[in-house]
Write a protein of this length. Sequence first.
Length: 164
Amino acid sequence: MSRPRSDLEALRQDLHKVYDGDPWHGTSITALLKEIDADVAARRSIPHAHTIWELVLHMTAWTREVASRVRGAPAKSPPDDWPAPRFGGGNPAWKAAKDDLAAAQGEIEAAVGALNADDLIRWIDNHEGTGYTVGTVIRGLLQHHTYHEGQIAILKRAAETART
């Protein structure tokens, strides 16, 4: 990717890199998920923690919510913040979950791609007397994804350790 010429272009690049590029912090989401099968994704390697599959569905829900806010919709929580996975669906269901995350990523990248620089300071009211700018919401999604990506890496390592 070329050197960004604006904060908006840098955000566009960062959104793509975190998901399927070369982010500064290490591995992209797609690279991390590539070697994970349905059994590992569904495994609760740490008691009372979310599974990888649950984290992917949660990330998908919030990616769609942020895309909606960026396009101008009012802020709300996703209809299903922590959707229940179809663990019994095996690898086809796991692939569908990853494909849905990819589709949501396409939605956020398209929404951000349609913005102009002034849109980054547009206010999104959260109906609680506070809110955030569009730019802050996009950066928040980057932080959200990176946080959960770290959790996925830990769960993946725990599952690999349990196999040996």
